[in-house]
Design a protein around this ligand. Structure first.
Ligand SMILES: [Zn+2]
Length: 441
């Protein structure tokens, strides 16, 4: 790989921009400044925009061709990284870029500093050649790994918009088969507390006559969880089925059976393997994330009067957080004795995000990738929640969400890595994307 690129990447990677660790706040700022300065060197303008305790980098690299007709492409990436712990499992220091056996190793090389670098590099090279055919807007954050919302707030308030957005922060389920993520699931979370008395009681005196809070909690939760693999109908309202192109993509992905098996998972029911992608892409799901009550660590005969749980619902594309949250609360309350004191506090919430597969930006993007890497990407969904997707969808900005990380890239784990050849391919893909999206003019 080109020596200049290697030096730049090494320098960016060497900044330990761990957003979760307060000791690294200066490093986060240095990483933001690094992005800002790169954009300026590329012939653009950029500045740090402070939001709360963190900086966004907001900038522009103007088109060098196409004049006033050049469309605008928003480039998003995040310059923060996950903590590298446990350090002893790393085979080389996490913040020193190391090349071994065809892979670059370093924290952030795949998620997301290395991939963000390729988007910026491609813009810089085109601009230096006087051949950048789109206006590039750069919007990067340093709190993606801790669930920050500053980039979402920025997009909500922004009225300049863009004709398309490119995000390289994902990867390929199978090597050599690029993917564009068209949709993400949303999220609603609840903290439920149940109280059925003032203090715990002797089950010998009161058992059979007094209400036990753990029983109430379990009854309520039972009304919410999946039966025969699907959530109650009230929680499935609004979901949109997989489109034909998404169903076609399944041919090129590992089977549900393989994915569950590799994770060491127990299938939820007899159809879970066959319906894996339907279940995780096009259906809502509910997981109880923690439950607490009584003293299960001791032998005891207590009638328990306090219990609590946290549960989260992944919302299918098409669903509304408020509608599903209200339905969940009704189902829970409807299933428990009315004399129990139940508080349900709604916590983390994000809508699902959906982009149309046939939009010109997506179609131009597919062709650009085919030219750059020789393979047409498949269109997929993401079972997880990425708040920037619905924010972009809300603004009507079609988004190409893709990337070059592999399942073996150890994202969020020790020895994070990206194939050396994929840095070149990502720069090539970004270059073709910028050229291809010029047709949006
Ligand atoms: Zn990421």
């Amino acid at each position: 790989m080109n020596e200049t690129w290697l030096e730049e990447l090494r320098e960016f990677i060497a900044i330990p921009s761990v957003s979760a660790d307060p000791a690294h706040q200066d490093d986060l700022r240095r990483a933001a400044e690094w992005v800002r300065d790169f954009v300026k060197r590329a012939g653009g303008e950029a500045e740090l925009v402070r939001r709360g305790t963190r900086d966004l980098v907001i900038g522009d690299i103007p088109a060098s061709t196409n004049g006033a007709d050049a469309p605008t492409v928003l480039v998003y990436g995040h310059f923060d990284v996950q903590p590298p712990a446990p350090l002893e499992l790393w085979e080389s220091p996490p913040f020193e870029l190391e090349e071994r056996d065809g892979w670059f190793y370093a924290r952030g090389i795949a998620d997301d500093k290395g991939q963000l670098y390729t988007l910026l590099k491609a813009a810089e090279l085109l601009r230096a050649d006087g051949a950048l055919p789109v206006n590039i807007r750069v919007a990067c954050d340093g709190e993606e790994e801790i669930g920050g919302h500053s980039i979402v707030e920025f997009l909500e308030e922004d009225d300049r918009g863009a004709d398309a957005c490119i995000i390289f922060d994902g990867g390929m389920t199978r090597p050599e088969q690029p993917e564009f993520a068209l949709a993400t699931r949303g999220l609603v979370g609840f903290h439920v507390q149940v109280r059925t008395g003032e203090r715990d009681m002797h089950s010998g005196y009161y058992g059979g006559a007094a209400l036990n809070a753990i029983h109430v909690l379990v009854q309520g939760l039972s009304a919410l969880i999946a039966r025969n693999g699907l959530l109650p109908d009230q929680l499935r309202v609004g979901r949109t089925a997989l489109s034909e192109v998404e169903v076609a993509s399944l041919q090129k992905l590992p089977s549900g059976a393989q994915i569950l098996d590799e994770a060491g998972a127990t299938p939820l029911d007899a159809n879970a393997e066959h319906d894996f992608y339907d279940r995780t892409w096009a259906e809502p799901s509910l997981d109880v994330n923690g439950i607490h009550g009584g003293k299960p660590e001791f032998v005891n005969t207590t009638l328990v009067v306090e219990a609590e749980a946290r549960f989260t619902i992944r919302l299918a594309p098409g669903q509304e957080p408020d509608t599903i949250a209200a339905a969940a609360e009704r189902l829970f309350r409807g299933a428990v004795p009315k004399d129990a004191v139940v508080t349900m506090e709604r916590e983390n919430s994000a809508p699902p995000g959906v982009f149309a597969p046939d939009s010109p930006a997506i179609q131009l993007g597919l062709e650009a990738f085919q030219r750059a890497v020789g393979v047409r990407p498949i269109l997929v969904r993401v079972g997880g929640t990425l708040p920037i997707y619905p924010a972009l969808a809300e603004k009507g900005i079609p988004t190409i969400g893709t990337g070059f990380a592999l399942r073996e890239s150890n994202v969020h784990s020790p020895n994070e890595r990206l194939r050396v050849q994929d840095v070149d391919r990502a720069v090539a893909a970004a270059t073709e994307l910028y050229k291809g999206l010029a047709a949006l003019a």
